[in-house]
Ligand binder design. Structure first.
Ligand code: AMP
Ligand code: ZN
Length: 493
């Protein structure tokens, strides 16, 4: 019997605002679409957080035995400056500034994106389609929307008629906005006079003579609107109705709202059963964002070469830090938070190291099967990773008690405990065993841990000359040891 038959997941559905029992459209199968990056610059850690939330979700579904088709696109055309319907294409702009081809920009930042995700131990999605690879599908979709009376053509561009759509549908159903309020609050931008109403959005834009990325269509030489690609690619690979659509919270409006409208206008139904939105990563109390300059790149955080953090952090520490918060909560990236995460991560890894060496007994002081189910319960409750981590730390505490002789564990339970701890730490949370990765920071951290343990042994043997020597020589090398009630930790300068 597959695990998904016994583990009942609840998912917070942004569309209904409720936590709902998860039931896939086809038993045992899950179709999940997540909006991918626009590849015009290096990804920042905010982007990483959103994709990491869905990586964790993907991992858990797979573990439960579902056959998951996970589609995450690459936006390589159609995304204009300020997410608007006019202005320059983000990719073309970068290409112009660097005097290279737009596709060179796409290639460079797609490679960067993949490298970053590999560093953070992401699983690849099942399909990674590009907007430029699906121009034909997008043109077909536009034609259907025109044929159904929900779009109009002006000067070679095609616009979605939001007001017409709203007569028989609810525009704003996902973002809980009302069209009347939007009408009140929309500024009329010059150059948008082609549109019947400012709320309408572009499905196809006629390209200016200087616009490089262009394709022939029945309406003009031009390019698709940004919202359209996700509708075309999600339904192409996952069908007219699929289980989960995800993305960052900032995409709810207008991007996802427009996706729903396009789908209903084309096919008469909302294609998505569960809409999931990951919350934002903040820096200095404000949303991390390329456009405001308030961001930090993964390489800067890992190397410590930045003005914000006191040192570099390993990819697994960053992952652990992110997993300590629910995907639905805002999370502030701080040095203190990362230092605490590093301590926690090291404690977890230490417990994983010693668990195999524990002495067993006839019986166990705690019920390991019950604890294991509590780990599942945390994940089943809308992927509550902070609760899961708290449960893992219950096990860490218990392991240390057994080690000190203050608790007992049977042979079978020890096997189960070890297996479960490894399963949730590595397979589901995607952490990597410090001693098994080839990251230099991680390796050096392990080396310092070894010295800390040798110093502890020296002190137990009352060899204070040696213990002081270890501390002082580490300090000379720029590594300060701090003795606390939970053991010794270190910082670097
Ligand atoms: P973009 O390349 O700007 O389209 O963004 C790619 C993904 O990153 C989208 O799902 C965004 O919602 C997400 N994203 C952007 N900024 C942040 C942030 N500060 N925190 C979390 N996710 C973000
Ligand atoms: Zn999208």
């Amino acid at each position: 019997m597959p695990l998904y038959d016994t583990q009942n997941i609840k998912i917070y559905n942004s569309l209904t605002g409720e936590k709902e029992p998860f039931e896939p459209i086809t038993k045992g199968h899950i179709g999940m679409y997540v909006c991918g990056p626009t590849v015009y610059s290096n990804v920042h850690l905010g982007n990483v957080r959103t994709f990491m939330s869905f990586d964790m979700i993907f991992r858990y579904f797979k573990h439960l035995g579902y056959k998951v088709r996970y589609v995450r696109n690459i936006t390589d055309a159609g995304h204009l400056e300020n997410d608007a319907d006019r202005g320059e294409d983000k990719i073309t702009k970068k290409a112009r500034l660097e005097a290279i081809e737009p596709m060179e920009i796409v290639q460079r930042y797609t490679v960067d994106f993949h490298n970053v995700l590999n560093t953070f131990n992401f699983l690849p999605p099942s399909i990674e389609p590009t907007a430029t690879g699906h121009i034909i599908e997008q043109i077909e979709l536009i034609q259907t929307i025109i044929d159904n009376g929900f779009a109009y053509i002006v000067n070679g561009s095609v616009y979605f008629d939001v007001h017409k759509y709203n007569e028989s549908n609810e525009y704003g159903i996902l973002s809980k906005r009302k069209l009347e309020d939007l009408i009140h609050n929309t500024r009329t931008l010059d150059g948008q006079s082609d549109k019947k109403n400012p709320q309408d959005f572009a499905l196809w834009k006629k390209a200016e003579p200087t616009h490089i990325m262009r394709w022939p269509s029945p309406w003009s030489d031009g390019f698709p609107g940004w919202h359209l690609e996700c509708t075309a690619m999600s339904t192409k690979y996952l069908g007219e109705q699929f289980d989960i659509h995800g993305g960052g919270m900032d995409l709810k409006f207008p991007h996802h709202e427009c996706e729903i409208a396009q789908n209903k206008a084309a096919k008469g139904q909302d294609p998505v059963k569960y809409w999931m939105h990951a919350n934002m990563l903040e820096l200095n109390g404000a949303r991390m964002s390329k456009s405001t300059g308030n961001y930090i790149n993964p390489a800067e955080l890992l190397s410590g070469k930045n003005d914000i953090m006191s040192k570099g952090y390993s990819p697994s520490v960053v992952r652990f830090f992110m997993m300590q918060a629910s995907y639905k909560s805002v999370l502030d990236l701080t040095d203190d938070g990362l230092l605490a995460a590093e301590k926690g991560f090291n404690r977890l890894m230490e417990a994983l190291k010693i668990v195999g060496t524990l002495k067993t007994n006839d019986s166990s002081s705690i019920n390991i099967s019950e604890w294991k189910q509590q780990c599942y319960d945390a994940m089943n409750d809308d992927f509550n990773t902070p609760i899961l981590i708290a449960k893992l730390f219950d096990a860490v505490k218990f392991i240390n008690q057994v080690k000190e002789g203050n608790a007992t564990i049977s042979k079978d339970d020890l096997e189960l405990l070890k297996e479960t701890l490894e399963l949730f730490s590595f397979e589901i949370l995607g952490l990597q065993d410090a001693s098994k990765t080839d990251n230099t920071t991680v390796k050096l951290t392990s080396a310092v841990e070894i010295l800390i343990n040798l110093r502890k042994e020296a002190r137990l043997n009352k060899d204070f000359a040696l213990s002081d020597k270890i501390r002082d020589e580490l300090a000379e090398a720029g590594i300060q040891l701090q003795d606390g009630k939970d053991g010794t930790t270190f910082t670097t300068n």
